[in-house]
Design a protein around this ligand. Structure first.
Ligand code: SF4
Length: 271
């Protein structure tokens, strides 16, 4: 079983990427479980034809721990099993309760299984629980999702720091699998993200160019794989899914200092 976690700044397109990768893997006949951990709890929405499914935290709050598996796991496009960890009310904070409760419940239900488990995790350190899947050794392969924007690279570099710190623990199995570039139409963006990936001791595993097909698919409440299966963007997601599944190179990242990161980004800005 592969346990793959996508981390990145809020709004960078982790959920879109995760959902399309899950859809691509499921179309090939793989048993995929996608777990979203984001205060917006919309990680799995496009796999569910626009439906926002109940979150584990809400279910636990309403029912205690006696929750049947059918109330937690929803079957989406191509059979992808979908779970949303959920979060607390705005301003309350979570400190990882959402994702910890989700792991505990799924383990109790025997549901942490399949060919691939995809964790779609918010990379903002503020939510307090973002390191949980890594710390508890659920996320074994981490992929950083970033564009060429400085704030997105900052977040990716911070997550690389967390991976580096957590992998120092002898019991930890977490490793960085690579960087996924999610394009925002910035000049030389692929080169910038590839150089960032190399600078932290990793590599660009795939680059997903910006495409209007993504917005069209989302307006139709579907993944690109489902909405426009013959499009070039669907092909990009399929190739990305293949690249991640075929990946055998993992590293402990060497995060950059802020100065190093900024000078890398500014060098590209000036070109
Ligand atoms: S750690 Fe908690 S608040 Fe943060 S995204 Fe996950 S469930 Fe939400």
């Amino acid at each position: 079983m592969r346990q793959i976690a996508l981390y990145g700044k809020g709004g960078i397109g982790k959920s879109t990427t995760s959902a399309n990768l899950s859809a691509a893997w499921a179309e090939e006949g793989r048993d995929v479980l996608q777990i979203g951990c984001d205060p917006k709890h919309d990680s799995t929405r496009m796999l569910m034809n626009g439906t926002v499914i109940p979150t584990v935290l809400d279910l636990l709050r309403d029912n205690g721990s006696a929750i049947p598996v059918a109330d937690v796991i929803y079957t989406g496009y191509a059979g992808v099993r979908c779970v949303e960890a959920g979060g607390p009310d705005p301003g309350v904070g979570c400190a990882g309760r959402g994702i910890i409760a989700t792991f505990q419940l799924l383990e109790k239900l025997g549901a942490l299984r399949g060919d691939i488990i995809v964790y779609d995790v918010l990379g903002d350190v503020v939510c307090g629980g973002f390191a949980m899947p890594m710390r508890e050794s659920y996320a074994e392969e981490v992929y950083l999702v970033t564009s060429g924007e400085l704030m997105s690279l900052y977040a990716a570099n911070n997550i690389a720091k967390a991976v580096s710190r957590l992998s120092a623990n002898r019991r930890s199995r977490v490793r960085l699998g690579g960087v996924i570039g999610n394009g925002k139409n910035i000049d030389c963006e692929e080169e910038l993200v590839a150089e960032f990936a190399e600078a932290i001791g990793s590599r660009l595993i795939t680059f997903i160019p910006r495409s209007p097909t993504v917005q069209q698919a989302e307006l139709n409440k579907k993944t690109v794989i489902e909405y426009a299966p013959a499009s070039s963007q669907a092909e990009v997601y399929r190739l990305s899914a293949g690249a991640i599944l075929g990946n055998t190179e993992y590293s402990i990242p060497t995060p950059l200092t802020i100065d190093e990161l900024e000078s890398l980004a500014y060098r590209y800005l000036k070109e």
